[in-house]
Design a protein around this ligand. Structure first.
Ligand code: TYD
Length: 136
């Protein structure tokens, strides 16, 4: 869980409306290969509930709010995201779920790899065994 961090993005305040940004490798610690977003989430739904073998992600609540719950095989930590000028850096090999989405929330996620189903660990017990093995 050590490398997980909230990253503040540049914020250009302007009375016409504010502006924030991130660039490849500048504000976030990996090369961006893919961008996707999660939207129109019905109340009470949960997204995620898996880990990635290789991919690193950066998650921003571009609009509204939601929680990112991370589990490293031993403990669970919850991050509430609710501003468009910061995001959560999530390294690989952490179980993660996104929940508690507000109405009209928009989750923007950038990933360090293209979409590969093989990169997913979708079974928590397999994830836990992998972590237990690597901690031996
Ligand atoms: P998935 O990552 O499993 O969603 P969740 O956020 O609930 O974990 O993705 C759902 C489906 O969307 C999955 O069948 C594959 C597809 N998908 C892509 O084709 N490309 C992508 O970049 C992502 C993230 C998902």
């Amino acid at each position: 869980m050590n490398n997980v961090k909230i990253i503040e993005l540049p914020k250009i305040l302007d009375r016409r409306g504010n502006l924030s940004f991130f660039e490849n490798c500048n504000q976030i610690p990996f090369d961006i290969k893919r961008t996707y977003w999660i939207y129109d989430v019905p109340g009470g739904e949960i997204r995620g509930s898996h880990a990635f073998k290789k991919s690193h992600e950066f998650i921003i609540a571009l609009s509204g709010s939601f929680d990112v719950v991370l589990h490293d095989g031993t403990k669970e930590v919850k991050y509430s995201l609710n501003r468009s000028y910061y995001g959560l850096y999530v390294p690989n090999l952490l179980w993660r779920r996104l929940e508690n989405f507000s109405t009209n929330s928009l989750a923007l996620i950038v990933s360090s790899i293209g979409y590969e189903e093989d990169d997913y660990i979708r079974d928590f017990d397999s994830f836990k065994s992998l972590k237990d093995e690597s901690n031996k």
